[in-house]
Design a protein around this ligand. Structure first.
Ligand code: GLV
Ligand code: MN
Ligand code: MN
Length: 424
């Protein structure tokens, strides 16, 4: 087994790199880095520098994913994917996504040019959060052939399409099919902060993800009538913001009353948006998650009916559409068991956990076995600048990653691939 001589120093470097990348932002204050925005190019430049020095060959695919190939001990060997995403939410922390990419970089560095019976491809996905276009996983969808024409036509708040964003970054959308994973891909592994309080409450640094909950993202538009705020009596109004507010409170109540359901209205935009004008239109987002796909789908339908009832009772009209309907995804059992063993080999106690956050692994699971390792999130805080991670936990994650690579390198079962494993 290969052990790390200086895990703390390497962990310190990973954290310093995360903080360095957090400074590449679209906003002067705080970190915001959406799909193929200019600061993503800065991240590519920095990450590429570290990966090249570790002995990898770099490309950027037509979906803007940075991809680094670290060759195996023999040519024509299969490959293992390691990675995470480098886009962020607005006012983000420094670790969601980026930490997973930089742990993958550090694992290549820790191999110190040692070659394994499989190649390693490190991927820094260009889009996971769905902030710019409302639809997540654009980067990983390209790897499974699902970045299709309708997605490429989606537009951001400035009317720029995904296709145009790709061209503006100097890439060619017609080359997207070349980003698709080859049949030589054995699996995808991702390190990520937990983004919740479970591991901290158990006093454990690392967790094994068992499944990722499903999620629905919808858009609702209440349309009423604009009118004068001073002259229109209360009972003669068709106020889109008031309708939206009634519905938002009902969404919260519904989720509070249904165990395991989480529902969030995170965006609201009203028109015309003046202090003395009754709102004619309110546009809202809904993010809905539950471990059971049936409960999630029933809840989405129920909340849409409720919005319709509220609109009708107030003499408004309602339009809604589904932006994402992603079923829950189970992680690969073989890999999850290997991760448990690697966590034990790193002197930690493994704990199985269900992820409430979405991850690129959900998309990639359509094509290849996927698995994830979570690092404890202090305070359970994420999607906020206060997001953090413990130095010691990063050191443990690195050790766990190296054990995992060694275990997989020694595993005939892993090298034969999932289908052969099933038939063996
Ligand atoms: C990604 O962070 C998500 O779960 O929304
Ligand atoms: Mn996130
Ligand atoms: Mn993430």
């Amino acid at each position: 087994m290969h052990t790390l001589s200086n895990p703390q120093i390497r962990a310190q470097e990973i954290l310093a790199r995360c903080r360095k990348l957090a400074a590449y932002s679209e906003d002067a204050c705080g970190t915001r880095r959406t799909f193929l925005s200019p600061p993503m190019r800065d991240c590519h430049r920095e990450i590429a520098k570290w990966l090249k020095a570790a002995g990898a060959e770099l490309t950027v695919d037509a979906a803007g994913n940075l991809r680094a190939f670290y060759a195996a001990s023999q040519s024509a060997a299969p490959r293992l994917l390691l990675g995470s995403h480098i886009d962020t939410v607005p006012n983000a922390g420094a670790y969601d996504g980026v930490l997973g990419v930089l742990i993958a970089v550090a694992l290549l560095e820790a191999l110190e040019t040692r070659r394994l019976p499989f190649a390693i491809e490190v991927v820094a996905f260009s889009e996971e959060e769905g902030v710019r276009f409302g639809k997540p996983f654009l980067g990983s969808r390209a790897l499974v052939g699902k970045l299709d024409e309708s997605l490429l036509d989606s537009r951001d708040a400035n009317g720029i399409s995904v296709r145009a964003a790709i061209e503006n970054f100097g890439l060619n959308p017609s080359e997207i099919p070349r980003a698709v994973l080859g049949d030589d891909t054995l699996a995808y592994l991702e390190f990520h902060i937990e983004q919740g309080p479970v591991l901290e409450s158990l006093g454990l640094p690392l967790g094994v993800v068992e499944a990722i909950v499903g999620q629905t993202r919808m858009e609702f538009v209440f349309a009423g009538r604009a009118n004068h705020a001073g002259t229109t009596p209360m009972h003669l109004r068709h106020d889109a913001i008031a309708a939206a507010a009634e519905w938002i409170v009902a969404v919260e109540r519904t989720a509070r009353n249904l165990p395991g359901l989480v529902a969030t209205v995170g965006q609201i935009e009203a028109k015309p948006g003046a202090v003395n004008v009754i709102a004619a239109e309110a546009r809202l987002s809904l993010d809905l998650r539950h471990a059971s796909d049936t409960i999630r789908k029933e809840s989405a339908a129920g909340l849409a009916r409720l919005a319709g009832d509220i609109a009708a009772a107030r003499g408004l009209s309602l339009q809604h559409c589904v932006l994402l309907n992603q079923n829950a995804v189970a992680m690969d059992p073989f890999l999850a068991a290997q991760i448990e063993e690697a966590i034990r080999n790193s002197d930690c106690k493994p704990h199985r956990i269900v992820s409430g956050a979405g991850h690129d692994a959900m998309t990639l699971a359509e094509k290849i076995p996927v698995a994830m390792i979570f690092l404890r999130s202090p305070g359970g805080i994420s999607h906020d600048p206060a997001e953090s991670v413990e130095l010691d936990d990063v050191a443990k994650a690195l050790q766990c990653g190296l054990h995992l690579l060694d275990q997989l390198a020694a595993s005939r079962e892993f090298l034969m691939g999932r289908e052969a494993r099933k038939n063996a």
